[in-house]
Design a protein around this ligand. Structure first.
Ligand SMILES: Cc1cc2nc3c(=O)[nH]c(=O)nc-3n(C[C@H](O)[C@H](O)[C@H](O)COP(=O)(O)OP(=O)(O)OC[C@H]3O[C@@H](n4cnc5c(N)ncnc54)[C@H](O)[C@@H]3O)c2cc1C
Length: 397
């Protein structure tokens, strides 16, 4: 039965890093918050590379990625592939191609970069609040290229970004920073303003902080929204209805109407090690493989498969390709065994811009963080709070 007397102030559906930090923010303001999720912190937020990267705010939709994607579709470059030919995915691809027109990427990056710059401070606060060691490092990010052409492309992209400090390194300078690198390195770019953390620890800490501030976790799947007179009246879940005055959809890559989000599947491989084969965060630009050395393990991520749902065979092939690319770059990794593989769905909008807005008079959508969800989640929590405050101040009509 639906009631007009909600039992909480805000229901947040989805408890990945985005939903958990929104829940923490709103509960901290004294609001009664319910987080609805069958598997809190079980989505992309624990399967990612853990990079907090103002330098990476350029969206995926660029003329170069479009060309690389097309090569992937015809089997010549596997860094971006299509996982489905469903009309929704083809529609996404058409919007992506439109968003990839020259000059557009710079505009999007300019919009996102200020939010990205606050990420490391946001997580430092979370670490201080919870006492959880997040492995936060502000040591920058080294991106290395296997060829002069790829290096040049990255230098040009870096120069296009306003106020983004970076150093250009030759092959020797890269090796001085990372002696574990193999012979296939032409040079690299080091972005000083980037940071990194352990995404599993950060997501756990965000959930812990939300609960500690009073948010309640309702472990159930949302099966639909009850809407009357244009307003959401309740969330239907597999464990009963939950109602509130306001609702937030933070369901990551799960379909949400009007958001144009498609899953961008990627994989992470954890190799248990205490060796220093990789000293600090590293990316191989040719294969888009990212290395994040964490306490007692190194996390390696890669892959971008748009749409559909990967099969176990896709998982096996993707993990083998990422491992191969990683070992080509850092040959010493070959000796490491007992890999744990995770798959995660990046919530990809075609234009690379997250969707954080009122989508009904009492429903906010907060999704579409794509390749930048860990980086942008702290500022998204503040943005959702600002939307609520602005609505509270607005004169009633
Ligand atoms: C391989 C890989 C590497 C990445 N590297 C980085 C990186 O280095 N830096 C960076 O900033 N970002 C990175 N990302 C992107 C980042 O992980 C995502 O953007 C971010 O995790 C999205 O967070 P989210 O909370 O929106 O989604 P999720 O973490 O996926 O959470 C969504 C939650 O919603 C829940 N949910 C879905 N449907 C329902 C429903 N019907 N009812 C209830 N609950 C529901 C799910 O159970 C899930 O817990 C990477 C992603 C991948 C896959």
């Amino acid at each position: 039965m639906l009631t007009d007397h909600p039992t909480s102030d805000v229901v947040v559906v989805g408890a990945g890093i985005v939903g958990a930090l929104i829940g923490r923010e709103l509960a901290g303001q004294g609001r009664r918050v319910v987080l609805v999720d069958p598997d809190p912190g079980g989505g992309a937020s624990v399967a990612n590379a853990g990079m907090l990267v103002p330098s990476y705010c350029r969206p995926m939709a660029t003329p170069a990625t479009l060309r690389a994607g097309m090569r992937g579709l015809i089997g010549r470059d596997a860094s971006v592939t299509l996982g489905s030919f469903a009309p929704s995915v083809l529609g996404w691809l058409a919007r992506f191609a439109w968003a990839a027109r020259p000059g557009r990427a710079r505009q999007v990056a300019t919009r996102l970069v200020d939010s990205a710059r606050t990420a490391a401070d946001g997580y430092a606060e979370l670490a201080a609040e919870t006492g959880v060691a997040l492995g936060l490092r502000r040591s920058g990010w080294l991106q290395v290229a296997g060829s002069a052409a790829v290096l040049r492309q990255q230098i040009n992209a870096a120069r296009e970004q306003k106020d983004m400090p970076f150093d250009i390194l030759d092959n020797h300078a890269c090796l001085r920073r990372e002696p574990g690198l193999g012979p296939h390195v032409a040079g690299g770019v080091h972005f000083d303003g980037d940071a990194s953390l352990d995404p599993v620890a950060a997501t756990r800490a965000a959930l812990m902080a939300a609960e500690h501030r009073g948010a309640v976790i309702h472990r159930a799947l949302m099966t639909g929204l009850a809407v009357r007179d244009g307003r959401v009246r309740a969330v239907h879940t597999t464990a009963g209805d939950v109602s509130a005055a306001t609702y937030v959809l933070a369901t990551g890559a799960a379909p949400a109407s009007g958001t144009q989000v498609q899953p961008g599947w990627g994989w992470s491989i954890d190799l248990p090690t205490v060796t220093t084969l990789v000293h600090a965060p590293l990316m191989g630009l040719d294969d888009h493989v990212v290395f994040n050395p964490l306490a007692e393990r190194i996390r390696i991520t890669g892959g971008m498969r748009i749409g559909g749902t990967p099969s176990p065979e896709h998982d096996r092939v993707a993990a083998a390709a990422i491992r191969h690319a990683a070992e080509r770059l850092v040959p010493g990794l070959r000796d490491l065994r007992n890999a744990t593989v995770l798959r995660g769905a990046r919530p990809m909008t075609p234009d690379g811009v997250p969707r954080i807005a009122w989508t009904r008079p009492n429903l906010i959508t907060a999704t579409g963080h794509g390749t930048l969800g860990m980086t942008l989640a702290p500022s998204t929590a503040k943005a959702v709070s600002a939307l609520l405050r602005a609505q509270a101040r607005a004169p009633r009509r």
